[in-house]
Every structure is written in C-alpha cells, then in structure tokens.
Write a new protein. Structure first.
Length: 97
C-alpha cells in the first residue's frame, strides 16, 4: 500500500475522500493557476471543513516550495532517501501532466 501511495496513489485502495484530497494535491502541485473555488468545494463535498482544507493547502504548498528551493540550489537528496530520482521517475511515469 505504501509503495502504491508513493508511486501512484491512483492504484491504491483509498477512500473517496482520501482520493479526492490526493487529486487536489496533484492539481495544486502541477496546475496551481487552474485551482479555484470548484476544487475547494469538491473537498467540502468529501467532508473536509475549512480548517482541514486550509491545512491541506498549506502542507502541499510548503512541500512544493521547499522542493523547488532545493532543486534550484542543487541540493542533493540525502543518501538514505530511496529510491533515487531516476528510479522515482521511471516507476512513477510522467502521466500526471
């Protein structure tokens, strides 16, 4: 299950609310300019309240920010981090864009 979540959450057996949250996180990550009230309303229909939605947005935005800073500065991943970037790209594919 954990590997499915890491490489492609869409293949994991998730509750509808969890899948909706993951879909939102991907959309916010890859197409932030396209995210709007309809997306937030979708999270509300899954049972997320304003505070939970705010927390989700902040967590997703923070991780996007810090990863972009690390990438821009050429920070290498820690040696203990698995898998390598190449393996990640190979296993995850590029079908989100």
């Amino acid at each position: 299950m954990a590997e499915r979540l890491v490489f492609d959450y869409r293949t994991a057996a998730l509750a509808d609310a969890d899948r909706g949250l993951c879909d939102y996180a991907v959309r916010l990550t890859l197409r932030p300019g396209d995210v709007g009230p309809t997306d937030v309303e979708g999270l509300g229909r899954h049972g997320f309240g304003d505070e939970a939605i705010s927390h989700a947005v902040q967590v997703v935005a923070y991780f996007n920010y810090i990863n972009r800073v690390a990438d821009a500065l050429g920070v290498d991943a820690e040696s203990w981090m698995e898998p390598s970037r190449e393996e990640w790209d190979r296993r995850r594919g590029r079908d989100y864009l």
